[in-house]
Write a protein that binds this ligand. Structure first.
Ligand SMILES: NC(=O)c1ccc[n+]([C@@H]2O[C@H](COP(=O)([O-])OP(=O)(O)OC[C@H]3O[C@@H](n4cnc5c(N)ncnc54)[C@H](OP(=O)(O)O)[C@@H]3O)[C@@H](O)[C@H]2O)c1
Length: 219
């Protein structure tokens, strides 16, 4: 099954693409401009020749034909991006990784999107898809650096058990990461908002910290 990433030309989409492709997945990076997507995909493949990454570029429209689709646009572009793609996304797992944040000085603050979270708004826009929320807390700069192993827990939530299972399975394919079922899609609100805290910590301490749950067994 191919995995599509809408808005996959940005740092978050690129990082996820290389990690999943390094795990053996076939990835399609989507863009509003298919030529940009092709250029970005070629650049990623060329950057890591030893990994022989299966990453292609396509329009967002063509990317929506993949079996599982991740939405990696800025939060305020998510609904406009997926609305015309709703028929193609019907019956599929659609993963939201967007965080609604605003930067104020050296701090990031969480915004309250309609319906409480970007993921809930996405599920409302795609009632015939199974939306999950995940990958919010992974720093894109670390994801794209394939030479370094990642380590951490990745929270996954959804109102659809099959979407939770598919997303946890996807996370677990990435070396060093563990997918954790964190409950229903209502949990997307605190999960998304916590990203503001995490990025602020990273800015203040000049680090690229992700999250790791203690007391939850070994990785
Ligand atoms: N950066 C991180 O460390 C990180 C980590 C975890 C999650 N996230 C979340 O992942 C999402 C993407 O992050 P990013 O840093 O990669 O963002 P980004 O670079 O600002 O945007 C990603 C891509 O989305 C497309 N795009 C931009 N504005 C758009 C709009 N108004 N409507 C539709 N498409 C638009 C662009 O692709 P085209 O121009 O090629 O269409 C762009 O390359 C965000 O919601 C962010 O909160 C980010």
């Amino acid at each position: 099954m191919r995995i599509g990433i809408l808005g996959g030309t940005g740092p978050a989409g690129r990082g996820l693409a290389v990690r999943l492709a390094a795990a053996g997945e076939e990835i399609v990076i989507g863009s509003r401009d298919e030529h940009r997507a092709e250029t970005v995909a070629e650049g990623l493949v060329a950057a890591w020749p030893d990994h022989r990454l299966a990453i292609a570029g396509a329009s967002n429209e063509d990317t929506a034909s993949c079996g599982l689709v991740v939405v990696a646009t800025p939060w305020d572009g998510v609904i406009a991006t997926v609305r015309p793609l709703a028929p193609a996304l019907e019956g599929k797992v659609v993963v939201s990784m967007a965080n609604a944040l605003v930067k104020e000085g050296r701090e990031f603050l969480a915004l309250l999107p309609p319906r409480g979270s970007v993921a809930a708004a996405l599920q409302a826009a795609l009632p015939r898809s199974s939306v999950s929320a995940s990958f919010h807390h992974l720093p894109a700069s670390e994801m794209e650096k394939l030479s370094a192993r990642m380590a951490g827990d990745v929270l996954v939530c959804s109102d659809h058990p099959e979407a939770t299972a598919a997303t946890v399975e996807l996370v677990d394919k990435i070396d060093g990461l563990r997918g954790v079922d964190a409950g229903s899609l209502s949990q997307a609100a605190p999960i998304e908002a916590f990203t503001a805290v995490l990025i602020t910590v990273n800015i203040r301490h000049k680090v690229h910290a992700a999250i790791q749950l203690s007391g939850f067994g070994d990785h």
